[in-house]
Design a protein around this ligand. Sequence first.
Ligand SMILES: [Ca+2]
Length: 385
Amino acid sequence: MLVMATVTACSDASSDPSESARSVQPSATTSNSREPAPSSAPSPPSSTTPAQLTLGRHSELATGLDAPWGLTFLPDGSALVSERLTGRIMRVPRTGGDPELVGLVPDVAQSAEGGLLGLATSPTFESDRTVFAYVSALPTNRVVALEIAEDFDAVTQTDVLLDGIATSDRHHGGRLRIGPDGHLWITTGDAFEPSNAADRDTLNGKILRIALDGSVPEDNPSSSAIYSVGHRNVQGITFGPDGTAFASELGDSQWDEVNVITGDADYGWPTSEGSEGDFGQDPIFEFPTEDASPSGIAYAGGSVWMAALRGQRLWQLPVAGDQPAGSPVPHMIERYGRIRTVEVAPDGSLWLITSNTDGVSAAFGGLPPRSGDDRILRVELVPAE
Ligand SMILES: [Ca+2]
């Protein structure tokens, strides 16, 4: 049984955008009082007290990116960033600076929310020079392997690991992460056809898990790449220190979700949204869509950090093992506009991608870009006072 922490925050659009690292609690917070069921899972390391970190200094690493979306670190500490609409992969130096063009991913199809999306670096990059990418394309979306040239001046597609993910104008999912199991986890969307999410014969509205050669792991819950079902549009996935998989999901009009992902579970869409409705696995956190509309997530220091588009903030979600360990804390509300992606750098800081050049007509509260958009920010994590 999962404990549910429900946040019903009022819109705080009037809050002062110049104030950083706000730790105001949502105006109304309720927690389910049920005791968590006894679990045979090991407790998380006691050396990390949940929510003991907060945001420290912010600095700007790069500017002028065009609708950036995915970010993955390389062994040298630099990062590759995908540009959704141009299909370009850019490289940002470890200490920041002008993004440099690495190359173009072939056959990227633009749409309202599609294009070149998530990136994930091969664990053996130094020998295979491989980065995986989620590409919305025709006739279907796909996950590909890309070889990055030694001089970072070319991108070559070397393999298609998975295709057959139905495409559409919206709801592509698109995040990739290599799990502690060594497999590639892929988030998809319902392709704007809600019934896809409940249909176990489609790859849409799912969380998928494949081996790095594209094969289906023997311990997947089905004989396909499908790991969990009943998702509307999942754009974030991360893993806690005990291997717990967390995923962020864009709700329809009421509730965004953060779920703990277990094999073969159904997360309820389209029958239920958030914890409403009695079908499907409940989320561990939920948010009014105007406060979140989440994209990427990353775990660090006892919290899942969640990038919010329409909510224009970074959410801190305290967790312990697979349970919530406190109420969500919003940071940097409206300070940088929409936030697309958060990743943990090798030095333990967070790197954020803003998403203000995504088009003012973009879903989830598109904004006119400000000077320098879109940018990559570095945010230190420091002990809370
Ligand atoms: Ca759900």
